[in-house]
Write a protein that binds this ligand. Structure first.
Ligand SMILES: [Zn+2]
Length: 252
């Protein structure tokens, strides 16, 4: 059975109906569905997805940083009583888009870091063109649960630094792209016990379906590719990823 440690079902499907849920349940042991703003989180609360396989992560994406204030923080806290939450995020720092300067983004990031520690939940981290700041902030904290560097996209030097912290590396479909040689060099140095795979669907379709809108089921291409690349038998590799997932997200 497969694991998708990071996808956005609300961006993949207009309606998450019974057909989609049962197809997911037939193919996956675990799938993390991320809600990244108030609108998406409230949609989850109003229409919970009834599945033991599909697990909720809730967070405020860096895009929300400019509007974040005490009132928004309070509201976010109230969600935890209304949902079964497996992780906080995705949250982080992004200098690719204009989401605000470091001061603005850091405030929202720290809020969710501290909350993940307080609630003993894993943290899903989004970091784009912001290695220095992401690393500087994360280094300051002592985490109970590991944090997950979602869609890891930095180089070897950055990976080595993150390895010194208790971080988990999650790779998306772009690891399969012909030009992603540098990223595959990173993959080589990550211990198997600190590795996860994700689709980040509907984004980053693996090479075999590149150009199409991504969906969680395409993760099979990434499993195939990565297990080949690491020269591990595919079913053995799947077992390893399942074990990692359960250790991070399920065991208390
Ligand atoms: Zn995402």
């Amino acid at each position: 059975m497969l694991v998708d440690s990071h996808c956005h079902l609300f961006h993949c499907y207009q309606k998450i109906d019974e057909t989609i849920i049962s197809k997911i349940e037939n193919n996956f042991s675990h799938l993390i569905n991320i809600a990244i703003n108030e609108k998406e989180i409230e949609r989850l609360i109003d229409n919970p997805i009834k599945s033991n396989v599909i697990k909720n992560a809730i967070g405020l994406y860096p895009e929300e940083a400019k509007n974040f204030d005490e009132k928004k923080a309070k509201k976010f806290l109230s969600y935890f009583g209304k949902l079964n939450v497996y992780a906080i995020g995705e949250t982080g720092i992004d200098f690719h888009w204009d989401y605000g300067d470091i001061k603005i983004q850091e405030k929202l990031f720290r809020f969710q870091i501290e909350l993940s520690i307080e609630k003993n939940l894993p943290l899903l981290i989004h970091s784009r063109k912001a290695f220095e700041d992401t690393f500087r902030i994360l280094k300051e904290y002592k985490f109970n649960k590991p944090f997950i560097l979602h869609c890891f996209g930095y180089g070897l030097n950055e990976a080595e630094k993150f390895l010194e912290l208790n971080s988990i590396f999650s790779f998306a479909g772009n690891i399969t792209y012909p030009k992603a040689e540098d990223l595959r060099q990173v993959l080589k140095i990550i211990p198997l016990g600190r590795l996860l795979l994700e689709t980040d669907a509907p984004y980053l379709s693996p090479q075999k379906v590149r150009g199409e809108k991504n969906n969680p089921f395409n993760i099979k291409f990434t499993y195939e590719f990565v297990s080949n690349f690491l020269e591990i038998e595919e079913s053995e590799f799947e077992k390893n990823i399942n074990k990692n997932f359960e250790k991070i997200f399920i065991s208390s």
